[in-house]
Design a binder for this molecule. Sequence first.
Ligand SMILES: *Cc1c(COP(=O)(O)O)cnc(C)c1O
Length: 385
Amino acid sequence: MDIPYILNVLGEDEYTDVNPVAPPIYQTSNFFFRTVEEFRNAITSEKEYWIYSRGNNPTVNLLCRKIAALEHADEALAFGSGMAAISAAILSNVATGDHIICVRNPYSWTDTLLNRNLLPRFGINVSMVDGTHSENIQNAITPKTRLIYLESPNSWTFELQDLAEIAKIAKAAGIVTAIDNSYSTPLYQNPIDLGIDLVVHTASKYLGGHSDTVAGICCGSSELIDKIFKNEFLTLGGIIAPQNAWLLLRGLRTLPVRMERISNSAEKVLDFLLGHEKIEKVFYPNHPSHPQHELARKQMKRGSGLITFQTKTTDIQKIEAFCNSLKYWKMAVSWGGYESLIIPSCTFVRPGLYSEIPSNFIRISIGLEDPEFLTQDLERGFELL
Ligand SMILES: *Cc1c(COP(=O)(O)O)cnc(C)c1O
């Protein structure tokens, strides 16, 4: 299926006979039946019938079909946040006594789920490994390993994992693989084609694309998605509202143009940053300066809009002055909307608190503005560094 077909044709004529050009929002909690027989029949399968919107809703369903098609997956489920999707994907594959391998420095709340607030309470063991070398993953496998959780690239330093190689290792050992593919979007990387089992996304970033929705996606084979649907999805109930699913459907239609603009602008901003006298180091996966650039070329189509740089100065006051002076860049968490954003690591790295990230790192998210304005703004600010 080609992308334009997926984005504005697939599934769009199914639930209506009035031919709307934009898909309808089915803002309903439940669906009625005309006969007891119909009702009795439907209740045997939450997934196949319209019964209750914690299970199935036409607007949400349309979104899922499109994202599954974009990720080359059998099926997808949409959740109320990226973390709800990630939690469901992980919980679905483990029980007490099991072991998970996760790549180091994943998204911060994924780390919290695995190592602090939740899984430790249920006796699930986690090994955090450097995934830049696949043999580290191979060596961490135990007879209890049930899940290998990847994030390629991860945020901040954009470390990659060789997805095809790790999928092969996992398959040989009968272990499920899952990846957070939020950075690349389904347009730039399709892990299922490389043998990965489950793909999760925060849809709050590029998929939604307008900084107005928090949502998540999990896709994979019918077998794995069915298991998540019956257990974590229906029982934990972390669903997305129809209105928010519709915002994502609208966001998806412009995903290809937004990503092209963002990646082109990112390359311009990257050129400006590389070799700048105030900058020590720049991190971007799809550039020859990245240590895994070859792997990035092999498994990703392009880099998206996140860039991290390390300033030469370690003086936090100067870094603060630089950030405070910016006119176009907004200081905020998250990324993927119209607005270019900036987040200095000194907001969360504190003296005396160990962090893998030094306090003079700054991560920027390139938005849709003219990149000339963005680099001029940075240049003005760099005078304060
Ligand atoms: C934001 C983010 C998440 C979490 O998604 P939410 O929608 O905020 O719950 C997960 N992974 C990555 C890489 C993220 O950037």
